[in-house]
Design a protein. Structure first.
Length: 118
């Protein structure tokens, strides 16, 4: 029982560190580098932390649009999730976007979003 509680506590501590503290401890330059790289695994957390620090709310929107035009369905789905959660005003204006559609169709719909951002 004690070992189970210790393991549970350790897992909980790791999750708190991974989801909250790790991002808050990163320097702003690293956050900006994560956003500029466009790597889908770090993009959302980097944008959220950048905003929390008072950064420009538009930062990352073009990187998310890049993901929406990807050949990879996973990257398109992640990009769409980022757009809906962090840039809802843009995502709502293009209701026809479907990240599971063919890449050509996704590129066409993403171009409509690019016009709205620019």
């Amino acid at each position: 029982m004690t070992i189970t509680l210790l393991v549970l506590f350790g897992v909980l501590a790791f999750l708190i560190y991974d989801r909250v503290l790790r991002w808050r401890l990163l320097p702003s330059e690293k956050l900006q580098a994560n956003i500029d790289s466009g790597h889908w695994r770090y993009l959302k957390h980097s944008i959220v932390e950048f905003r929390r620090r008072g950064g420009d709310r538009r930062i990352g929107s073009l990187r998310a649009l890049d993901l929406l035009q990807s050949e990879s369905k996973v990257e398109r789905m992640v990009g769409w999730m980022i757009m809906k959660e962090l840039f809802p005003e843009v995502a709502q204006r293009v209701p026809g976007y479907d990240p599971t559609a063919a890449p050509e169709k996704c590129r066409e719909e993403a171009q409509k979003m690019l016009i709205r951002i620019a």
